[in-house]
Design a protein around this ligand. Sequence first.
Ligand code: SF4
Length: 218
Amino acid sequence: MTIPTTADPVRDCALCPRLHDFIALWREREPDWHNAPVPTWLAPEGPQSVRLLIVGLAPGLRGANRTGRPFTGDFAGDLLYATLKKYGFAEGEFEARPDDSLRLKATAITNAVRCVPPENKPTAAEINTCRSFLTATIERFENLEAIVTLGKIAHDSTVRALKGRVAAHPFKHNVATEIDGLSITSSYHCSRYNTNTGVLTPEMFEQVFTSVRRRIDG
Ligand code: SF4
């Protein structure tokens, strides 16, 4: 297998055949949707401006897979972008459309797996395969200071992308660890399921960004 070195996969990336086939199915069903790997979204000032990277799991079928922008079009974006705005990592209005006025500030958002997986469940092989893009994405941001990982899969893949051992840097909500001077804070994923079941409350999510804001400003 050829190991990709670019930070964003090509539109027809077929390194994960199951995900490639799933997207092909949805291209037939919904030809107007994005239906492709979702690229990293970042502050308009460019990669040099990015100090915070948020790593999610994978695009939601009717969210980022439909709209082409991370966390845009389904519930998870409502809490994420409201919180980012509150802590100065975004500005403008989030209207769940890629052409709204929302802008990231010194921040980028990506996913551990760039293609939508059936049932929101990527396989271990797919997570491992897509990690080359995550590694290249992290390397792209020379002034990166902090990463927030949303959920255990995103956290473990980020630790591995940084060549850390997961056992030494375990996922735990609002706990920060450090690899090569880069701070990594884990959070429960801001999915509708987690917020509906009380696994993650808006207050718990805000505590994560309070810590990260302090770390970046400190
Ligand atoms: S998940 Fe990543 S590696 Fe797999 S097909 Fe999509 S872009 Fe390629």
